[in-house]
Design a protein around this ligand. Structure first.
Ligand SMILES: [Fe+2]
Ligand SMILES: [Fe+2]
Length: 253
């Protein structure tokens, strides 16, 4: 198994590891993103057991001990399982995540105290790179869920949103909504909730040019349209579940 590297936006590298044994025959990818700058940031540590692969991949781009920030979408093994391994090899590194994740998990589980990010707070990396943190609670799953948006390149690091099967190209302009619906049908990974569509439409207002998927290719194109279509799909799913329960979703009060 090898981790492939592609620069998906200026100074933003996708580190992709394909695991054919998950959801065969299509297989499944695990992607981390390294955002370069004076203070480099890694989004998703990767699984703890994949740390040697991801460490070797980062080392092809920069000295691993230069890593400054470790961020991820939510507290889960593929997102942050190797967090403490990264903290150990990068003495100046610090985990950064939203308040819920820090209070619920990271203040205890991270070997060094995390930086707490408020909703809409930014981290300037230097070199023109600036990441905005946005809370997306329970979307697609995890009370502590959030995303990062790199403003200079218009890149939304969107974590598990748009999860799809297979090992496509690093970059695509093809539809990512259809494959995301197929991924949802297979894994049922989203915590369907009435607020989900609204949360995803909030991300669409960023009008990202690039959507960096944790499990799938990186999409370039009209990110707002793709996010809007995904929000519509989840609204339909939520309405369908409510209807199946004999509820309309509208208050009768
Ligand atoms: Fe997840
Ligand atoms: Fe994930």
């Amino acid at each position: 198994m090898r981790t492939e590297i592609a620069e998906i936006a200026d100074g933003v590298y996708r580190l992709s590891t394909f695991v054919p044994d998950i959801a065969p025959p299509a297989g499944f990818t695990f992607n981390s993103f390294l955002v370069m700058g004076g203070e480099p940031l890694l989004f998703h540590t990767g699984l703890r057991r994949m740390f040697p692969l991801n460490r070797e991949a980062v080392a092809r781009i920069m000295p691993v001990e230069s890593l400054r920030w470790i961020a991820f979408g939510h507290y889960e093994a593929d997102e942050c399982g190797a967090m403490n391994e990264w903290l150990a090899v990068a003495p100046g590194a610090q985990v950064a995540h939203g308040a819920t994740g820090c209070n619920v998990s990271l203040n205890d589980m991270a070997d060094r105290a995390p930086r707490v990010l408020a909703n809409d707070e930014t981290i300037a990396l230097g070199g023109g790179k600036r990441l905005r943190y946005l809370d997306t609670p329970h979307t697609p799953h995890g009370w502590d869920a959030g995303v990062l948006y790199e403003e200079s390149t218009g890149t939304l690091l969107c974590g598990d949103l748009f999860t799809q099967l297979g090992n496509g190209p690093a970059l695509t302009t093809a539809d990512i909504v259809g494959p995301a619906i197929a991924g949802e049908d297979m894994f049922q990974y989203s915590a369907l909730s009435p607020g989900m569509g609204t949360t995803i439409r909030t991300l669409a207002r960023l009008t990202p040019r690039t959507l960096a998927l944790m499990h799938g290719p990186t999409f370039t194109g009209d990110g707002a349209a793709a996010l809007g279509a995904l929000a519509d799909e989840y609204d339909r799913r939520v309405a369908g579940r409510l209807a199946a329960l004999g509820l309309s979703g509208r208050s009768t009060a």
